[in-house]
Design a protein around this ligand. Structure first.
Ligand SMILES: [Zn+2]
Ligand SMILES: [Zn+2]
Length: 150
């Protein structure tokens, strides 16, 4: 899978399938994206091969530990981010930057208590009021890949 920023200066390729895809409806993601939610694909950072000029911005998070946004240096489009909890080896890739943004539908909706009242959650996809335990939702293969990062 391939993706790019708004201006096209940054392109990237995923060299493996993501571990998991989640749609976050928390108020922090809403503010960060200026939208109703963020859809992130979790994947090992070294499996995102990026070409182009990048910059990093550190922003506060609800946990107080902060988040690093990795953006196109030219247009500011956020390609991915790193959270303190998962560390730099794990990338939260913004799926809206994929060439085919619909290719990775969320496998879970989280923090749905703060979702916009007009966002209708799909039937058959798990939804959580907070975060979730990966062991409850990820495939064994994805859990093994995460374990290998530690
Ligand atoms: Zn750009
Ligand atoms: Zn969020």
């Amino acid at each position: 899978m391939n993706g790019h920023c708004i201006c096209g200066a940054v392109t990237y390729q995923l060299t493996d399938a993501p571990l998991f895809v989640q749609c976050c409806h928390c108020s922090w993601c809403q503010r960060e994206t200026g939208s109703a939610f963020a859809v992130n694909a979790l994947i090992e950072t070294d499996r995102v091969v990026i070409d182009g000029p990048l910059r990093e911005r550190e922003v506060p998070t609800a946990s107080g530990k902060g988040q690093v946004l990795v953006q196109c240096a030219q247009c500011g489009c956020t390609i991915l981010s790193h959270y303190a909890g998962a560390g730099r080896k794990m990338a939260f890739l913004r799926t809206g930057t994929l060439d085919d943004p619909g290719a990775l539908p969320p496998a879970i909706h989280i923090y749905v208590g703060t979702r916009r009242p007009w966002v209708i959650l799909p039937d058959g996809v798990p939804a959580s009021d907070a975060y979730y335990r990966a062991a409850d939702h990820w495939s064994p293969a994805a859990l093994a890949r995460r374990q290998a990062l530690r």
